[in-house]
Ligand binder design. Structure first.
Ligand code: SAM
Length: 254
């Protein structure tokens, strides 16, 4: 039997709605010792605010997000772009993103312990112009040949979930207009269940670490414009969390 896609599970749907739309009190136990800067603004919002150089955007800029999950970054991109196409492989994530697009909110269970949950309602900030956003189910490894190009392409924490990250980077460079921005974040969590070892970008030889290898792959078509560490916190339940530190980069297309 084929392994189920964890990103279709109700558990991860709840976790990602909290990650994308939760505030500090929704997300955290009162004794959780995390820096407030990590929870003051949702991770997907910080990805856009810290990496996108809005001064470089043309009028009526267009954006593509791949691996958008429940849409937090896509809504943030809509503050700066007049068209945002966002997609993810998970149909349950995209169904939630579409509900947020239509209704502006969605309720989800928030894990407390065992089978106990409380309700959390994710809201899209009311000032965001939602009519310029589309959400669709799409496989990042099989994007349509006629897609784009865009002024901005974002892939947040997607790279180490793909079977061939290098092939994705090559495709991404075709999707960005000259002078446009490629925004990437990744914690480089290489796992053979997603990416065969011989396809990892770094992660094997201490002399060829992932960041250096990423630079090598992208420097043919891009120049590195911004680099940030972007911590993120995923709540599994009231007393269990995952703390990651994604490397965020903004690349300008030659
Ligand atoms: C670690 S999550 C990151 C989600 C979101 N970008 C964020 O930063 O919160 C990885 C996402 O990639 C999606 N994904 C995995 N494989 C994919 C593929 N082949 N094509 C498109 N999306 C994929 C998953 O459904 C999930 O939403």
């Amino acid at each position: 039997m084929a392994e189920a896609n964890i990103y279709e599970s109700p558990k991860l749907l709840g976790e990602y709605l909290l990650l994308h739309f939760g505030g500090a009190t929704d997300l955290c136990h009162e004794s959780l010792p995390v820096d407030p800067s990590i929870t003051a603004m949702p991770f997907p919002v910080r990805c856009v605010r810290e990496l996108l150089d809005t001064a470089l955007l043309p009028e009526n800029a267009t954006a593509l997000e791949v691996g958008c999950a429940v849409g937090g970054s896509a809504f943030e991109l809509a503050r700066h772009c007049s068209k945002v196409d966002a997609s993810d492989y998970s149909s349950s994530f995209i169904a939630a993103a579409k509900t947020l697009l239509l209704e502006g909110e969605i309720a989800a269970p928030r894990a407390v312990e065992g089978a106990i949950t409380t309700s959390f309602t994710a809201h899209v900030p009311s000032e965001i112009e939602k009519s310029c956003i589309t959400f669709s189910v799409a496989d990042a490894t099989k994007l349509p040949p006629d897609l784009g190009p865009y002024d901005v392409v974002l892939a947040a924490n997607l790279l180490c979930r793909l079977p061939d990250p290098e092939a994705f980077l090559s495709r991404a460079s075709e999707l960005v207009k000259p002078g446009g921005q490629l925004l990437l974040t990744t914690p480089f969590t290489w796992l053979e269940e997603y990416t065969p070892r011989d396809r990892w970008i770094g992660g094997i030889d201490p002399n060829n670490r992932s960041e250096k290898e990423l630079l090598r792959h992208l420097s043919r078509d891009f120049r590195l414009h911004r680099r940030r560490d972007l911590p993120f916190l995923i709540r599994e339940h009231e007393r269990k969390y995952q703390l990651g530190i994604a490397l965020g980069t903004c690349w300008i297309r030659n």
